[in-house]
Design a protein around this ligand. Structure first.
Ligand code: ADP
Length: 160
């Protein structure tokens, strides 16, 4: 079976935690669609184009990963693009409640849609885009938090 999964998120910006989940999903499934959420009610630090560009560079050695953006309901996007599985990373118990709610809500909206969880790598359980933004904006060292190939661009952008 040719199985395509989707890894949705804000990716504002991409972190090593995101890359870990995407890389592992790319080994398990035929194709991984990384979907950047465009939320018109929130102003992200990095524009949609910037977030997609950073992700594209971060996954350039993974031939079965595509970067897209989407606006609106993930369940609708999956229905319209024929994707039946969401893959998410779980960092801590604190992620669980929200993710559990979302998985059930998505299934109600689109009964064919499954959500699978991969446990976060032990080294990145603390890691989020907001941690990167906070440390980076104060000129701190984010080299252990973001993919090396996009580090300089993210660091420079956050110092502005
Ligand atoms: P955040 O802003 O918290 O980093 P995103 O919405 O950009 O969150 O993340 C998208 C998805 O990537 C999350 O729902 C989660 O499944 C996964 N993820 C985020 N950070 C990590 C991490 N450090 N380890 C594993 N998975 C992660």
């Amino acid at each position: 079976m040719n199985q395509t999964v989707i890894c949705p998120g804000s990716f504002d910006p991409v972190t090593l935690g995101h890359l870990d989940i995407i890389t592992r999903a790319a080994k398990m499934f035929d194709r991984v669609v990384v979907a950047v959420l465009v939320n018109s009610s929130k102003t992200p630090t990095f524009s949609t184009e910037e977030r997609m560009e950073l992700l594209r560079d971060a996954v350039s050695d993974l031939p079965n990963v595509d970067i897209v953006s989407f606006e609106g309901l993930l369940a609708e996007y999956c229905k319209n693009s024929g994707i039946g599985t969401i893959v998410k990373g779980l960092r801590a118990v604190s992620d669980f409640e929200y993710e559990f709610q979302m998985a059930i809500a998505n299934k109600k909206l689109n009964p064919g849609l499954e959500t699978m969880f991969l446990t976060a790598d032990a080294d990145s359980t603390f890691l989020s885009s907001s941690v990167v933004r906070e440390i980076g904006s104060m000129g701190g060292d984010i080299s252990n938090f973001v993919p090396a190939c996009v580090h300089d661009r993210i660091a420079a952008r956050l110092r502005k």
